[in-house]
Design a protein around this ligand. Structure first.
Ligand code: PLP
Length: 360
């Protein structure tokens, strides 16, 4: 067996230890004689799995009691609709456009009410985070929406926007559990888990209790109401049971690693190795404003499409996989999520050095 260093933006690398444990439990989960995949979601064994997953997540993120944790399906993209359907009481919301995912969320919200673009970094291909200290927040806005870490462009908010008292809704898909957060600053934090937590098919929504009501837009399907899932502790219907089980294992792995402060230090250390190299390289160039650089997704270019393609190809041959940039932006992107070991980043930089010497 040989494993590569997988720099995919998502689905992405998972901790090897978690995969091994899951493999060990595949045929017989803790003496039940069956796989978690084959188990009723109403069984005692599964009840323990989902409850422990929630408890561990609450501990890791220090989630206050007045927030619900929901394990849902439909990916992050389904939240683009669920958020307006559930929260747009005045049918007005403000969106900050820092990339494709924020833009898609904005476009979806336009189906349900008046969505306002109150700031954007589209003028410079989303290579920075706009100044959000004094935005024209709409007086009747039901919420202010951000995508906190922009997976495709490699930017991250280092400071949350001043929402002037309005509820903040944040898509944290690609920075989930990468560093500590103050949950009380948000109304809703959500993310698809396939970037930094687990297998595709699970989306986690952390939502303040007072925002969960029956007062949703007319025609909202039962399955798309937060209240449906909150009332049933994420077991209204069959949840993505196996995916939640793996997420639970990753939460335990993160606790064992020392929690989110330790992960932040580790992620900073990893990202620094790559950014420091980029900053002195004569061939490779980071594409993002330094102050807004993501710790998770690092896009870079050589300036030549042919060289970029050559790099991606030769890197793959060297066991460094999925370094091709997003199909809409080109170049390269290294996603260095929690589960990417420091050795992976070191191997990437060593390879980049060698490639630079050979191709400059
Ligand atoms: C990947 C991604 C999405 C879309 O996720 P799906 O689960 O495929 O719908 C949304 N937002 C961000 C920030 C992402 O990285």
């Amino acid at each position: 067996m040989s494993r590569v260093y997988n720099f995919s933006a998502g689905p992405a690398v998972l901790p090897e230890e978690v995969l091994r444990e899951a493999a060990d439990e595949m045929l017989d989960y803790k003496g039940t004689g069956m796989s978690v995949m084959e188990m009723s979601h109403r069984s005692k064994a599964y009840d323990t799995i989902i409850k422990e997953a929630e408890a561990d997540l609450r501990e890791l993120m220090n989630i206050p009691d007045n927030y619900k944790v929901l394990f849902l399906q439909g990916g992050a993209s389904q939240q683009f609709a669920m958020i307006p359907m559930n929260l747009m009481k005045n049918k007005v919301a403000d969106y900050i456009i820092t990339g494709q995912w924020a833009k898609k969320a904005y476009q979806e919200a336009c189906l349900y009410g008046k969505a306002n673009k109150i700031a954007s970094s589209e003028d410079k291909t989303f290579s920075y985070i706009p100044d959000c200290s004094d935005l024209p927040i709409s007086e009747d806005a039901d919420y202010v929406y951000i995508c906190e870490n922009n997976t495709i462009y490699g930017t991250k908010y280092k400071e949350l926007p001043n929402t002037k008292g309005k509820i903040l809704v944040s898509d944290v898909s690609s920075c989930f559990l990468s560093e500590p957060v103050d949950v009380t600053k948000y109304g809703v934090i959500y993310g698809g888990v396939q970037k930094n937590i687990g297998p595709a098919g699970v989306v986690i929504v952390i939502i303040r209790e007072d925002l969960i009501t029956d007062d949703v837009l007319p025609g909202t399907p039962t399955m798309l109401k937060y209240k449906t899932h909150a009332d049933a502790d994420s077991l209204y219907n069959t949840p993505p049971a196996y995916g939640i089980y793996i997420c639970g294992k990753v939460f335990k792995w993160l606790k064992k690693m020392g929690g989110l402060s330790v992960m932040k230090e580790r992620n900073e250390k990893k990202a620094k190795i790559l950014y420091d190299f980029l900053d002195q390289s004569k061939l490779f160039k980071g594409t993002v404003e330094k102050k807004d650089r993501s710790l998770m997704n690092v896009p870079f270019v050589t300036g030549s499409e042919e060289l970029d393609a050559k790099f991606v190809k030769e890197a793959k041959e060297a066991g460094l996989e999925n370094l091709k940039g997003h199909r809409t932006v080109g170049g390269m992107r290294a996603s260095i999520y929690n589960a990417m070991p420091i050795e992976g980043v070191e191997a990437l930089v060593a390879f980049m050095k060698k490639f630079e010497e050979e191709n400059l």
